[in-house]
Design a binder for this molecule. Structure first.
Ligand SMILES: [Zn+2]
Length: 228
């Protein structure tokens, strides 16, 4: 199942691919070349797009010395690559995307606890260039580790951040309406261990490593009724 992707991420990728291809063509063939730099092909996968842009970058970097000696060229390259624009950039520059998405490439702390030791100490190392994302528990006596391809992709879903799909700028919503274990525990005013027990007991169904908000509320209310 393809993950939902924010529309501005697609726009940014498309603009950046077009910019990089345009510069690579210019650097290789000069200003009179007959080709038009196109954006992302429909359905291209992230790794192929990365290879493509990386290849363009190598071509441009090889010629950077001579580009830098021409103030018109280097100013144009600077404008297309390194300027940051506020709000919704159009077209997106590489720096705009880096400013907004830079964290995606940095190791991060997961927002859900380790599935083995239940401590919130899992480090997420984002995958790059066909390598899967790695999840590693950092407590010395646990050592749990997985990657985003293990167990049919379960962990990618388990550690996924909720993705906001903006259909209506006035009323953005988060889809799917699923909660991670920590947020479910907070909503139910119970511990994460309790939420896990509800899942284990079959009271709650897990979808993509998460639980539905309305299910959590319903089970929490039922449990309160049983204990009253
Ligand atoms: Zn652990």
């Amino acid at each position: 199942m393809p993950a939902p992707v924010a529309a501005d991420l697609i726009d940014a990728s498309d603009d950046i691919v077009r910019t990089m291809r345009g510069w690579a063509l210019y650097v290789q063939f000069g200003g009179d070349h007959p080709w038009r730099a196109e954006g992302l092909e429909a359905g291209i996968d992230g790794a192929d797009a990365w290879d493509d842009v990386n290849g363009c970058a190598e071509v441009i970097l090889d010629e950077l010395d001579s580009l830098a000696n021409d103030s018109h060229q280097i100013e144009a390259l600077w404008a297309g690559v390194a300027q940051v624009h506020g709000g919704e950039p159009s077209p997106w520059r590489i720096a705009d995307a880096a400013a907004r998405y830079a964290l995606d490439d940095q190791p991060q702390w997961a927002n859900v606890p380790c599935p083995d030791c239940d401590l919130k100490v899992v480090r997420v190392q984002p995958g790059r260039n066909r390598r899967p994302t790695r999840y590693r528990c950092t407590t010395s006596d646990c050592g749990w580790e997985a990657n985003s391809l293990d167990d049919g992709g379960l962990w990618a879903s388990f550690f996924a951040e909720p993705v906001a799909i903006v259909e209506d700028v006035e009323h953005p919503r988060v889809y799917p309406h699923l909660l991670n274990m920590t947020d479910a525990a907070r909503l139910a005013e119970r511990s994460v261990a309790t939420i896990r027990k509800w899942i284990k007991d079959g009271d709650l169904m897990r979808e993509l490593g998460r639980v539905k908000e309305q299910d959590v509320l319903a089970v929490a209310a039922r449990k309160r009724g049983e204990s009253a």
